[in-house]
Design a protein around this ligand. Structure first.
Ligand SMILES: Cc1ncc(COP(=O)(O)O)c(C=O)c1O
Length: 393
């Protein structure tokens, strides 16, 4: 049994989440629940593989072994029910580099690229930094659930967009798209010849009873899909920087490869390769326990928020360790909301506005941490709300 309740101090380890707190929030005394990594030790099998690799005192340029691709293909087949061919697989330094490389490789300056906010901020910057046109198809929230707006999406495609960046599962809303939703989406991308880039970095982190469907797996014949996967969120190794791409279309593979090679971006770091293979080969049992632990954190948070945080609505995540809190009923503007969480509640969350304008009034909270920390954070928010109410009264 993995003890996810075991405290491990990350302070002083140059952790972005913990050691940049003062720089980002202006104060030290907050609980950091922002950056999307977890506070849990990586699976022992991964640590063992890294130690073994480190024990060999040569860290030169390294090849990705066939065994790594075998492990990956096996993972993709058992987890995402998708039989891939070895040729389709490529390594990439990370998923964000892929978002950028794909925009550069598959579109021209001025071309429209569709994103569906609220969404992870690099989706926007991949489009705007490269001089492409951002085409937004905002997700619609009704009855506390986000859905894709297919009518509006079709109008975006009619206007000539070339590429759609999909986040599946979705950061920050926690949606895991269903098969019918993805089929509707795919019907549109096929009709309007829009390339789909599906960022599935959170694919392994669905809650019990929720199935992640990969659009690429649903359409064996569709040659216009690029799928990005990674063990980084799953096994808490994002600092190592490695991901993989599933690209059945050889033209796209070549285009992506060119994009990376232009910058001489290396994908073969000896440590990330060792960790990546060990994670996919041996990490399954650890992941099962992690998912149960995260589900307990989610259930605890739901109950606590519904009972003790008036004005904050819990949006049920189907995947990811991120909670998307609807704080609009608190009646604060975005600057007040941000300050309330930092100065009054003393918790470090991500302001919703960073995920797009329809993130206004929301906050993202990372529950990939010990239960005691989640409970402490929610208690702090409850106390701050009570004090604010007393002052107002
Ligand atoms: C949807 C999504 N894509 C990509 C990333 C980061 O990917 P990488 O570190 O591999 O560049 C994150 C991290 O939070 C994410 O949530």
């Amino acid at each position: 049994m993995i003890d996810f309740d075991q405290p491990i101090s990350r302070q002083g380890s140059h952790s972005l989440k913990h050691d940049a707190v003062k720089a980002v929030f202006g104060t030290d005394d907050i609980l950091p629940l922002w950056v999307a990594d977890m506070d849990f030790a990586t699976p022992p099998a991964v640590t063992d593989a890294l130690l073994k690799r480190a024990a060999h005192p040569l860290y030169g340029y390294t090849l990705a072994p066939d065994s790594l691709f075998d492990a990956m293909q096996n993972w993709i087949e058992t987890r995402y029910r998708w039989k891939t061919e070895r040729d389709w697989l490529m390594l990439a330094p990370g998923v964000v580099p892929t978002l950028n490389a794909a925009v550069l490789a598959l579109t021209r300056p001025g071309d429209g690229v569709i994103v569906q906010p609220p969404v992870y901020p690099p989706f926007f910057s991949a489009v705007t930094r490269s001089g492409r046109t951002l085409v937004e198809n905002p997700l619609r929230l009704s009855n506390d659930k986000y859905r894709m707006d297919f009518d509006h999406l079709e109008s975006c495609m009619k206007r000539g967009a070339r590429l759609l960046l999909l986040c599946a599962p979705q950061n920050p809303t926690g949606r895991v798209w269903t098969q019918p939703e993805l089929e509707e989406l795919l019907a549109l991308t096929q009709r309007y010849r829009v390339t789909l880039l599906s960022d599935e970095i959170h694919a392994d982190l669905t809650y019990p009873g929720v199935i992640h469907y990969s659009p690429g797996a649903l359409t064996a014949g569709n040659n216009a899909i690029i799928t990005a996967i990674a063990p980084s969120k799953t096994f808490n190794i994002p600092g190592l920087g490695l991901s993989a791409l599933i690209i059945p279309n050889p033209e796209y593979r070549k285009a992506l490869q060119n994009s990376f090679e232009m910058l001489h971006v290396s994908t073969t770091n000896p440590f990330s390769l060792a960790a990546f293979e060990a994670a996919y080969r041996k990490g399954g049992p650890w992941l099962m326990q992690l998912r149960e632990y995260l589900a307990e954190n989610r259930d605890f948070s739901r109950e606590f928020i519904e009972q003790n945080l008036p004005g904050i609505r819990f949006i049920e995540p189907e995947g990811t360790y991120l909670l998307w809190l609807d704080c609009r009923e608190l009646g604060m503007n975005d600057s007040e909301l941000k300050q309330f969480f930092i100065r009054k509640a003393k918790v470090g969350l991500n302001p919703g506005m960073t995920f797009g304008v329809n993130g206004s009034g929301f906050m993202r909270m990372n529950i990939g941490t010990r239960k005691a920390v989640v409970a402490e954070a929610l208690e702090r928010i409850a106390d701050a709300l009570t004090s604010a109410k007393q002052r107002a009264g």
